[in-house]
Design a protein around this ligand. Sequence first.
Ligand code: COA
Length: 625
Amino acid sequence: MLRVPLSRAPAKAWMQQVIYPHLVKSSVRGLACENNPQNLPKQPVPKLEDTMKKYLRSVTPLLTCEEHCRTTNLVEEFQCSETARKLQNYLEQRAKCKLNWLEEWWLNTAYLGFRYPVVVHSSPSQSIPFETFNSEDDRLLYTSKLILAALSYKMIIDQKKMPVDKQGKFELDMDQYNRIFGTCRIPKMPLDGIEYNQKSTHIIVMHKNHFFKLTVFYDCKPLSQKQLFEHLKCIISQSCDKATPIGVLSSDHRDNWAKYYQDLCEGNDEALCNIQQSLFLVCIDDAMPGCDQEYPNKQTKGGYQTIHGGGSCANGGNRWFDKTVQFVIGCDGVLGITYEHSPSEGQPIAYMVDYLYNFIKKDCGKDVPDNAKNEGPTKLCFTASDTTVCNIRKAEDNLNKLVDNFSLKCFKFEGYGKDFIKKQKLSPDSYCQMAMQYAFYKMYGVPGAHYESAATRKFVGGRTETIRSCSIGSLAFAEAMLDCCKSDAEKVEALRTAIDEHKRYTIMALEGQGVDRHLLGLRLAAKDMGIDVPCIFLDEGFTRSTNFLLSTSQVATKCDAVMGYGPSSPEGYGCCYNPRDNDINFAVSCFNDCSTTDVEQFENCLCECLNDMRTVLTNTHKSKM
Ligand code: COA
């Protein structure tokens, strides 16, 4: 059994002290939602006493009695302090004068001020069901269909024909859809910028590290599939040899990239503008390193290809990692999206994947007529100074180290899916979360701090809140499952109690009444007001409960796909999952320089746990009959 030390390195920068509340004022809601077109409610600022009470409960399974006592004292002291009153008041005032008190802070802290490379650390991969290509023409034909499908999706968004997402009877904020196309991050220190170019009419196609600008809309109408196909053929014929991999610069640590960028801008303004202002990128890739047998399965190979491109020897330079959407088309039929996380959550991207998949399957693009206007692709020319050439080598080295240090495993749990769980009258999402808690406890003998994303899009400008899935109930459930003196009925009871507790937290999080965003707000308020970081944030309870050893999200597609991303803690796991009716797709990741984590072991343990859970449920059900 492996053991994870629970108090070491902190997780993502936004969970630490690196916070820049003031620096970017213009980056959010520069678009349609300056106002509130859907007339959505405003995200509340939770009451301080409520958050403190929930916080103390959430840290209980992670602390010893003595540690919990200390944390309780600190929380009680803080709660009655003048500082807490001032900070809370600051948040409440902010909420009165902003559309969403958190939105800009969140963008700056979680994304634009997060300085790790976006590769692995922030930008997820999203698979699209793979294809079989019998020839290069086959691949280009598919690519032209994919481009047309994406353009059709863009038109639906622009024409406001998207069905409004709902949570029960509540409408969700649709603004994230407006930012999928045309958005680009701009490297800057200490905080990146972000640009929105919704009215753009061109895309960038990349092949062998070359960039080609292709205008795809004329007079608001797209090119036809045939026209796109011809242009793609022309692009391939103009890029037989590999070009200097300018794109790899965007894979580096954001401060490095911001420095490289200053040099790159000299003489390359036009090419950079064309990339940044494009609707999206299409990356026609070379083969990944190694043969197929070196990967556990094709899904995993595809996951690596879309998360990091396989390093400098493969497709690491055939990217512009600042672009929100990059479609990746592998030569062996691997398909996916690398998506830069700043402007949108995973779910709108996943809905797009279902749309693209159906559009292509039904061959909806075949009826789009030729566009009367139609210009060919233009190759973008870069001049690379000696400094830039040297920077490219540095970025390649750094990317290769990251690639070597990253492990991913995409797999399908085929035992059952949502249908079985619903028949047990249990919430599928809470059930999956409890399976992960159980697996972690079974592997390490201790519970792990556990992050799950919950959408707060029922509020204008809402993004996410953390569901703290590690709970008193989840620990009792994991202990019960491993206790051979407990009957199956007792284990099932512990499971139901844990799921109820998780579901209650989920509902609070969806209502904007979780713990983590409020705590972040209080810290940012302190920073804004020049007040020292309150002691509750320097305490073991806070450090341990925010060093998320499990960083998880449900991202659902109907088609057979999965999203993947890196862990948020150097000693933890990333685990994204897609529960479908009769199976569950997972993508589990960890870092190789951590001696205690292992994706294969976690996969095996998680599948065992899911099977154990079914066994106790079916045994209990049978014994009742
Ligand atoms: N008995 C029977 N059925 C149940 C049930 C029960 N006790 N509890 C739930 N169900 C059903 C639900 O009615 C729902 O049915 P549907 O498939 O017909 O709609 C289904 O099971 C799924 O519900 P559940 O698993 O409880 O939760 P969810 O799908 O609503 O997901 C969250 C919960 C938190 C994941 C979701 O609200 C959310 O926020 N998603 C976004 C996450 C995100 O942002 N990810 C991206 C991060 S980049």
